[in-house]
Design a protein around this ligand. Sequence first.
Ligand SMILES: [Zn+2]
Length: 111
Amino acid sequence: MDNGPPPSYQEATGWDPNISANESTRAVTTEETLGRTSTHMLCPSCHAEILTTTITRAGVLTYVASYFICLFSFGLGCCLYPFFIDDCKVVHHYCPNCKESLGQSADLDLD
Ligand SMILES: [Zn+2]
């Protein structure tokens, strides 16, 4: 089996695939990763200067943490703890003006 890359014409033309890949990644991102507290920003939807409304919801990490606590506590109910700990949850940011979703905090906050 020959899976080697075909003769590259990018090398001949001097086109750098790394630069292009970075630019397309940036363009695709629609929602920003925000902090865990209300953020002062310009709403991209209604263009008002706003302080974001935050809503805390269970994220992937909440369920993962719950699963592992369940494993090690033999199901004594401790697995529900992550649902009461805000640091295990995702903070969603909304515009108080137009209610547009503006982004969310990182799911896994290691600070
Ligand atoms: Zn808005």
